[in-house]
Ligand binder design. Structure first.
Ligand code: SIN
Ligand code: CO
Length: 329
């Protein structure tokens, strides 16, 4: 079994004159993609030089006051019960309502609000940029955490300031028991398989569904580079809207009927027909390509592009797409 902790290799592998340092320690990008991406956790010690990381601790409280910025606070033992979730925006005075320990302020999409944070994305150019969702920053006081949980997306957790203890458990599923009666999806049981204290510059990669619990050892900031993971149901819903918007009005037609098929029990031929019709629709020339490019470039905050400068771009079939639309580029 390969080790999941790799030593420092922050500037060993350079792939070109202007390339940024390799951030995966002593494993190659190919090895990471083949053995770790969406498969198993990886801790890279000193993945980043500390002075290459943006210092955002002083900016987060200000960002969290802005109603356009998505922010929340998690308290381990809030007045309303364990793992209380408060949604932003937060006024400076709200800070007075927080205890001395065991809370976390989370601010989404700092890559859109803090230019130095956006720069970090270039280190992840070994993955398609359009797969990325955002960089979330969390500021935690001693003991602060969002509880033991699992996420549905891939994430690189970069320790930017202070120390955090990460405990990593096994892969969860739909039947994994969760605590009832609290605002967050907290695991009812958590058995750590790894226990790591991370320092500024260290980075932890977690695939979807792996249980984890990161508790601040001291005041600390963690930057979470998270990737999109829409449900297939969401994707089908969006595709259906796109098909209608294109004016496609194909209707259902029957398979060859026999008298025996006039029964309450649905004959399997009807299901085959429905599957064939839908498959033929999905296989229409260019349909999936065009929709996928639009879908994967949908802005994180539609309507706020004038403030965020968000520009999600891809190319497919010689066409350029930007923020969910075909663009002229
Ligand atoms: C955090 O940064 O506080 C939590 C991130 C996570 O567990 O996904
Ligand atoms: Co998480």
């Amino acid at each position: 079994m390969r080790s999941v902790v790799r030593g420092s290799c922050a500037d060993v592998e350079r792939v070109g004159v202007n390339a940024l340092p390799h951030i995966l320690g002593d494993i190659s990008t190919e090895e990471f993609l083949q053995h770790y991406w969406q498969r198993q956790p990886l801790l890279v010690r000193s993945a980043f030089a500390v002075d290459s990381l943006p210092v955002v601790s002083s900016e987060l409280a200000v960002l969290a006051e802005d109603p356009d910025v998505e922010s929340r606070i998690v308290l381990e033992a809030g007045p309303t019960g364990p793992w209380e979730l408060r949604s932003g925006p937060f006024r400076a005075a709200d800070r007075q309502t927080l205890p001395a320990t065991s809370w976390t302020l989370l601010v989404q999409a700092i890559d859109l609000w803090v230019p130095e944070a956006r720069e970090l994305l270039r280190y992840f150019d070994f993955l398609p940029r359009w797969r990325l969702d955002d960089i979330m920053a969390s500021f935690a006081v001693e003991g602060g955490s969002v509880g033991p949980h699992f996420d549905q997306y891939d994430v690189f957790l970069i320790q930017a300031e202070g120390q955090r203890r990460w405990q990593i458990g096994s892969t969860c599923g739909d039947d994994t028991p969760l605590l009832s009666g609290c605002d967050l999806q907290i695991l009812a049981e958590f058995q750590p398989l790894h226990d790591w204290l991370v320092e500024p510059g260290d980075m932890l990669y977690l695939p979807p569904k792996v249980a984890h619990w990161g508790v601040a050892r001291s005041e600390c900031v963690t930057l979470s580079v998270g990737f999109r993971s829409p449900t297939l149901a969401d994707m089908l819903g969006d595709l259906a809207i796109e098909i209608s918007a294109q004016g496609n009005d194909q209707h259902y037609t029957d398979p060859a009927l026999t008298p025996a098929m006039a029964a309450e029990d649905i004959d399997p031929a009807f299901i085959d027909q429905a599957r064939d019709l839908l498959s033929a629709l999905l296989n229409e020339d260019g349909l999936l390509e065009d929709w996928f490019a639009r879908y994967m470039t949908l802005p994180k905050y539609p309507g706020l592009e004038h403030r965020t400068g968000e520009a999600r771009t891809v190319r497919i079939g010689g066409r350029a797409y930007r923020n969910g639309e075909i663009s002229e580029d």
